[in-house]
Design a protein around this ligand. Structure first.
Ligand SMILES: [Fe+2]
Length: 295
């Protein structure tokens, strides 16, 4: 297996290894896991992906999420992100599906609004537009290391609130349905996620974050906005241009990502599996102290 660096200080392509190898071979999995901890985003090219293979690969990294209400694939282990509506045609730009794609264009990490946040997301390209529709990544680990020591120390002991309805409301009021709001109450997480495998800290934020515990709302929002801007500073990203057969997995503890737009009349279908974080991934350290004993 060759590890070929792709981005500015993070992200790498794994060559000479397939999803099937990682799914079935302990040594291949161990090597991929080590590369994941070190590089935060991994690209596999030229894969022959089926749902079953994607899930078998994904399960190697931990327990798969069950898709939430309101997403295509609800109740399964797959999130189907597609612009094809129930009638088989590409949806119009004001359709809920298109608005949700737009929400995906805000910088975020997946599942920070869930009771159990995600370790990793695995995305496979099934149908891709001729141009556009890239996914852009930044390392919140490198961003954390760029901050001054006093701010780093402050963040280590700060906690932010994350709410799915908050990120959706930035696109359209009511984009998060009452059913989704009921299923996804706000969650509070430490603002730094320290990776137990290597001890490195990363800013843990997303478009879902709206408040900092113990800070005035405006002051907390300002801190979040400043950190989001610092984490997504120019020339710090890896832009993934999708090709058929691509699979990308990333560390939701140490990156943020967003989708880029593509021509509205073009089809795009990608399938995501998401693996929940466990105690071995540092989950317990992320809870506010008052909740660590309770949950
Ligand atoms: Fe995402």
């Amino acid at each position: 297996m060759d590890v070929v660096p792709l981005g500015p200080g993070f992200a790498a392509e794994l060559r000479g290894v397939t999803l099937a190898d990682v799914a079935s071979d302990d040594a291949a999995h161990a090597a991929a896991r080590a590369a994941f901890e070190e590089h935060s985003a991994l690209v596999f090219r030229g894969q022959e992906v089926t749902d079953e293979l994607q899930l078998a690969f994904s399960r190697r990294f931990g327990p798969p999420e069950v898709t939430k209400v309101g997403s295509q694939g609800t109740g399964t282990h797959f999130v189907i992100l597609t612009t094809i509506g129930p009638d088989g045609k590409v949806v119009p730009p004001d359709h809920r599906v298109a608005l949700r794609n737009k929400a995906n264009q805000l910088w975020h990490t997946d599942s920070s609004f869930k009771r159990v946040p995600a370790l990793t997301s695995i995305l496979s390209a099934r149908i891709i537009p001729a141009r556009g529709g890239e996914t852009e990544y930044v390392s919140t680990c490198l961003a954390f290391e760029r901050l001054d020591p006093a701010l780093r120390k402050k963040l280590e002991n700060s906690f932010a609130w994350h709410d799915y309805a908050h990120s959706r409301s930035q696109i359209a009021p009511g984009l998060a349905t009452p059913e989704e709001r009921a299923a996804l109450p706000p969650q509070c997480w430490r603002m730094v996620w320290r990776n137990p495998a290597n001890g490195r800290g990363a800013i843990y934020l997303a478009s879902h974050a709206y408040a900092v515990e113990g800070m005035e709302p405006a002051e907390g929002k300002k801190l979040i906005d400043e950190l989001m801007a610092a984490a997504t500073a120019p020339d710090t990203s890896y832009l993934h241009q999708w090709r058929s057969g691509d699979v990308v997995m990333w560390d939701n503890r140490a990156t943020m990502h967003h989708g880029r737009p593509w021509p509205v009349n073009e089809t795009r279908t990608i399938v995501r599996t998401t693996i929940s974080a466990t105690e071995a991934d540092g989950l317990e350290t992320m809870r506010p102290p008052s909740r660590q004993a309770a949950e």
